[in-house]
Design a protein around this ligand. Sequence first.
Ligand code: ATP
Length: 267
Amino acid sequence: QARGAGRPGGLGRVSYEDIGGLGKELQRIREMIELPLKYPAVFDRLGVEPPKGVLLYGPPGTGKTLIARAVASETNAAFFVINGPEVINKFYGESESRLREVFQEAQRRAPSIIFIDELDALAPRRSEMGGEVERRIVGQLLALMDGMASRGQVVVIGATNQPNALDPALRRPGRFDREIALRVPDLHGRMEILRIHTRDAALADDVDFARLAQLTPGFVGADLEALCREAAMIALRRVLPYIDYQSGYIPFETLVNLNITMADFQA
Ligand code: ATP
């Protein structure tokens, strides 16, 4: 596997190891989605209906997309992404047929996960909207979810930053009836996330994750990832003066010494 191919944010597989600070949330997601996808017979036997829809909500950059992709990778489920605003804008006039197509294809290729990002754009409270078209899109989504055979072989994961902006009909039983809140990570979570995003980097001995986590309250996963990227760029800039631009030659020792230090993080 190519280096970086499985990194979060890349196009490759995402594993549970790539997710930091969400141990409990991940455990619940796995019970709700992974078990029914992998062992439908167990759920039949217990007479329990696996969820058709799970709602992930929380501030931007807290890992909603990352979790959905990890569950799909780890269960080898086909993964379909519907972007709320895109379906409304780009497929305007064809939004309902676009939704139908995705649901049909997902059922054909089951086990599958349909991830609806920014669900609130697709299905806002109907009472607050004027348009007949928007009303029809919400109706279509509800009909598609109601029409899905239960048994957990197709699971819809919806993501939103504003759960209260959603049409309440969406959160009734048989639809998005399980919800998981993703919060801004705490100190321990931030440490885990920083470790994950520096896993492949050459780190100097002085890099102190506990200290970095203390300095970054309020940072979400996406912010911490950006911080690590920035530190790597600063480390790279330190060696740029040694590059011979004529030949493009970088002295080997320079590359070996390309460490990220505490100072790079704090710059
Ligand atoms: P949005 O609401 O903006 O769509 P989101 O909650 O879906 O945000 P992601 O797209 O999953 O956020 O996160 C963006 C990037 O931030 C991820 O690709 C990952 O690199 C990093 N990230 C976010 N949360 C975590 C986490 N808990 N552990 C490790 N990395 C994380």
